[in-house]
Design a protein around this ligand. Structure first.
Ligand code: UD1
Length: 348
């Protein structure tokens, strides 16, 4: 029995790491496929090494393009690959173009698809990720929900019969980092904030991106902004650079990012994964979006959603209450996913 594990973008390497390990431990044959959506070493190889994900067996080398071009190339690539092998199932992660493309290609070949991180909803149909989530959930056979909220969303859409609450594989991943022994970024000294911005809604409008950058550059402590390639290219295009408290850097690899986040006084982000990681480490987070798919992180005030571009002076000073909540499971999500999948496949 071969299970095809498909990744393509940075957060997927992180999510697939624990699942790949659990497949190995269960003696299930895995074909690890990289679509090639992310290809820069810092977005791809270094993250994979950090998380302990082995070298992919196949890289489809799809690269960048418009949504239609990128997604279309991936569907073609994954379909070609799946036609040539006997796959028992395909596993896809999260909400990227690699996710939807792989789910569509597999399902149309009648190969059951398992969606890890199913059931997330922002209810904002202008986000490409939201379209990817909804479609992937509705075509997939096995839906692995990270949280009770995600389960409730799946139930509301009539998908509960295919859904299982497993916990979040990103919690499995963070628990595997030996955080006290990983060096932080060299600039991570004194009091500082970390920031990341990469969503198309925030990066692609020069006025909005200018306002976001300005809202961070006026803070008292340094704000270290880690520029994802999309952001780096927009900043260059719009002529925006480091100013005031704002210092722009290259992205960090996974373990260094986690250690640096833990050292920081707070995080400004539009990333879904980082909102959760901040909550897991109990670092205050400000989400620069109009909504969040992770309402669990709002508990106790650890995360707050603030309209991108609005003033940030006071917002990190808000009261936060200690809490012991563990909404992302017990660190055994990947093992549970593999157990459920192998049982379901053995009954087919
Ligand atoms: C993708 C996902 C998003 C996820 C993010 C994580 C979709 C629709 N979006 O967004 O959900 O949160 O990954 O990082 O799939 N680029 C490079 N080098 C790379 C990768 C990308 O230069 O290694 C450039 C491309 O030229 C492109 C831009 O970055 O113009 C955006 O890349 P793309 O894969 O389209 O989407 P992301 O913004 O990374």
């Amino acid at each position: 029995m071969t299970v095809v594990n498909i990744v393509g973008a940075r957060p997927q390497f992180i999510k697939a790491g624990p699942v790949s390990k659990a497949l190995r431990q269960a003696n299930i044959d895995e074909l690890l496929v990289h679509t090639g959506q992310h290809y820069d070493p810092i977005m791809s190889q270094r993250v994979m090494e950090d998380i302990g994900l082995r070298e992919p067996d196949i890289n489809l080398g799809v690269g960048s393009g418009s949504h239609a071009v990128q997604t279309g190339r991936m569907i073609e690539g994954v379909e070609g690959l799946l036609r040539g092998i006997e796959a028992a199932a395909v596993i896809v992660y999260g909400d990227t173009n690699s996710t939807i493309a792989s789910a569509l290609a597999a399902t149309k070949l009648h190969i059951p698809t398992a969606h890890v991180e199913a059931g997330l909803r922002s209810r904002n149909r202008r986000m490409p990720e939201e379209i990817n989530r909804v479609v992937t959930d509705h075509v997939s056979e096995y839906l692995f929900a990270p949280t009770q909220t995600a389960m409730d969303n799946l139930t509301a859409e009539g998908l509960e019969g295919r859904s299982v609450l497993t916990g979040d594989v990103m919690f499995d991943a963070i628990r595997a980092v030996d955080i006290d022994h990983v060096p932080t970024a060299q600039w991570a000294t004194g009091a500082f904030y970390l920031a990341t911005i990469h969503r198309a809604e925030n990066t692609d409008d020069p006025d909005l991106l200018g306002a976001i950058v300005e809202s961070m550059s006026g803070l008292n402590d340094p704000v270290h902004l880690l520029a994802h390639p999309r952001l780096a290219s927009r900043l260059a295009e719009f002529g925006i650079g480091s100013s005031g408290s704002l210092q722009i850097h290259e992205p960090l690899a996974y373990a260094e990012m986690i250690a640096t986040l833990q050292r920081s006084s707070g995080l400004f982000t539009d990333s879904g994964g980082l909102q959760k990681e901040a909550f897991m480490l109990r670092v205050p987070c400000v989400t620069l979006r109009t909504e969040t798919e992770w309402p669990e992180t709002l508990e106790g005030g650890w995360n707050i959603v603030v309209a991108p571009g609005s003033a940030l002076g006071e917002v990190m000073q808000r009261p936060i209450s200690e809490n012991q909540a563990k909404p992302f499971g017990d660190g055994r999500a990947a093992v549970r996913i593999v157990e459920h999948l192998s049982l379901a496949l053995s009954e087919l």
